[in-house]
Write a protein that binds this ligand. Sequence first.
Ligand code: C2E
Ligand code: CA
Ligand code: CA
Length: 273
Amino acid sequence: IIDYNPDFHTYNFERQVRVDLKRAMDEHHLYVVYQPKVNPVTETVAGLEALVRWNHPEYGFISPGQFIPILENTNQIEHLTDWIIEQVCQQMECWNKDGLKFHQVSINIPGSYVTSPNLTNHLNECLHRYKVPASQMELEITETSVIHDIQNAIVAVRSFRAKGLNVALDDFGTGLSSLSYIKEIPITTIKIDKSFVDDVPHSQRDAAILKAILNLCDSLNLHVVIEGVETKEQVDYLITTPIIPIIQGYYYSKPLKASELQEWSKQAQILLV
Ligand code: C2E
Ligand code: CA
Ligand code: CA
């Protein structure tokens, strides 16, 4: 529906998004959903990715792919990211109290914010306030943002790691970059972009490329997550590869509200922790 709204891509829409952001946070039009990452062999949840949602009173659901870029030109992206970090930590405190100790919950950090001291301060504050162990949190940073400012990104990632946080390189393979930076940056996980798995196993070329990436990650001792896995056929193929990745995708689950996770786990027969 949104796509047919003639106002949608105009200046007015962008302005409205910026104006409405604060109210959306206060009035719960914005909220966080969680998509399980599943170990396909043990059929257990290896972690969750936090993803933001906006149910706008006037525009209906606006996808993060639409409003995040609008906020990225201003420091509002920092406020939003801080808000998401706090929401997630609050939720993790509840889960931990309930005995649902997820191995890891990951949060997307926009490129421009990765190297900011504000981010570090806010993370420290939230982890402390909600008594969340740093090892339970993962930051997802995109390959494009890293390449943009490689030296500072290396410094930032080192300091996250020194605190015990995990760091994943998101959208791997989409950045048209050389691979050389991979050995310099102390990330813990690589998230392979959906486009690398879309035509697998049918395309032999794509399957060969995917295997090469899995091998590379394995020899660098990195965890691997594959995003956007939608079919049983893809899963059946992936569990025959020598290096079996963690799988995130609609095949197992769409992003869910925190309150929906237990029911999903029962239905899907995937253990939560
Ligand atoms: P991303 O970080 O690569 O997130 C994965 C996106 O793929 C999510 O879309 C997820 O719902 C979608 N996805 C997962 N499995 C499948 C699948 O099997 N098939 C298909 N077609 N899609 C799948 P979403 O939530 O719409 O987010 C889109 C992008 O917006 C994210 O890409 C991320 O770049 C950004 N984003 C979302 N939430 C946040 C957030 O909290 N903070 C920031 N900074 N960016 C966010
Ligand atoms: Ca992500
Ligand atoms: Ca991604």
